[in-house]
Ligand binder design. Structure first.
Ligand code: MRU
Length: 338
């Protein structure tokens, strides 16, 4: 997608290493990082320099291609488990690791491993673009004021985004979608990333506190809700950013369509229900502390709770399939078997 009119992907192969957008610095600083050390790539996932389910998967695929090239002897014993341990919830990570493991077991050359990682990333981007067309068809029936949560945009999904893909498709078709952007505490992926992305694409939007969402629905100011997913169980239950479940309850109460957009790499048929999905618990400091820039552009980290206060920080929740109007993948609407 475009930044200042120039095309970028969230992660890509560049020269002899992996290049990624350092998402923790956005929206105040745009910086691409590059490394030819596979450990740096694993740390980038772990520390959320790159994040969002499909981007995590593609980054791991590139990181493993790099590990294969640099340290083939420890590929199975060290690098596969190292990448699998970076984050627990987004199943795309595990699918990418499995795909790279399979290539290695088949005796792939270093070049073949890199081609496989590139193909994985390209397939994610293409899937998101196609998914956006299906989603736009849904939204084209008059659902123009769209509420989204977290960042299910191109930063999270290599290119196009999942939830945002339909919005970008509508905009490119000359429509004028409007987006309510939930700020998405505690890490503020909505306020920091989604709003920035939408601004780069010229899409009208307002950031709102997460607490405002149900009230906007009650007032008839939301036509549809679209989120992404980090893992979809066989019965259609959805793990996504904390707060998604709460949105689905409010949407149901107000009879507002609740769409989930996710490529097939986000489906996990090994999980029968949402209860089988591991939910990541993150550091309490994400809730207790906040960072941002001052008027001179200097970054500061501040404490917002009394020192000594403890915090609870589940990073994801599970929305039951019954609360979802439709799950849209690149193949169209996906329905769980009854
Ligand atoms: O913790 P994050 O920022 O990686 O969580 C991201 C989300 O929850 C997104 O909504 C999700 O990955 C789906 S969209 C690509």
């Amino acid at each position: 997608m475009r930044i200042g009119g120039k095309l970028f992907r969230a992660v890509n192969w560049h020269a002899d290493g992996v290049q990624w957008i350092e998402q923790r610095l956005l929206p105040h600083h745009f910086e691409q990082k590059m490394s030819d050390n596979p450990e740096d790539i694993a740390v980038a996932i772990e520390t959320m320099q790159v994040r969002g389910a499909p981007t995590i998967g593609a980054t791991a695929a590139f990181g493993l291609a790099l590990a294969y090239k640099k340290d083939i002897k420890r590929f199975v014993s060290h690098w596969l488990p190292r990448f699998r341990a970076t984050r627990p919830t987004a199943v795309n990570l595990f699918h990418a690791c499995d795909a790279m493991e399979l290539q290695a077991k088949e005796g792939a050359s270093g070049k073949m491993m890199l081609d496989a990682a590139q193909a994985y990333a390209d397939a994610e981007a293409a899937a998101n673009e196609r998914m956006g067309v299906h989603l736009a068809e849904r939204l084209a029936v008059g659902e123009r004021r769209i509420l989204t949560h977290c960042n299910a945009g191109w930063l999270a999904a290599v290119d196009w985004g999942t939830a945002t893909s339909g919005i970008y498709q509508l905009a490119r078709a000359g429509e004028s979608p409007f987006v309510w952007v939930d700020e998405t505490r505690p890490r503020l992926q909505g306020a920091r990333l989604t709003a920035w992305e939408l601004g780069q694409e010229g899409i009208d939007h307002r950031i709102q506190a997460d607490n405002a969402a149900a009230w906007m629905m009650a007032q008839g100011k939301v036509d549809a809700i679209v989120t992404g997913a980090d893992r979809i169980a066989a019965n259609g239950d959805i793990a996504n950013k904390i707060g998604t479940y709460m949105l689905s309850l409010a949407a149901r109460e107000h009879e507002i369509p609740f769409y989930v957009a996710a490529p097939t790499s986000t489906f996990d048929m090994q999980c029968s229900t949402g209860a089988d999905i591991p939910v990541e618990e993150r550091d309490a400091d994400e809730v207790l502390m906040m960072d941002g820039v001052d008027s001179a552009g200097e970054t500061h980290r501040i404490r917002i709770a009394a020192s000594g206060s403890k915090a609870n920080n589940p990073a994801f929740d599970v929305t039951p399939y019954a609360n979802v109007t439709a799950i849209i993948s690149e193949q169209g609407e996906w329905k769980a078997e009854a």
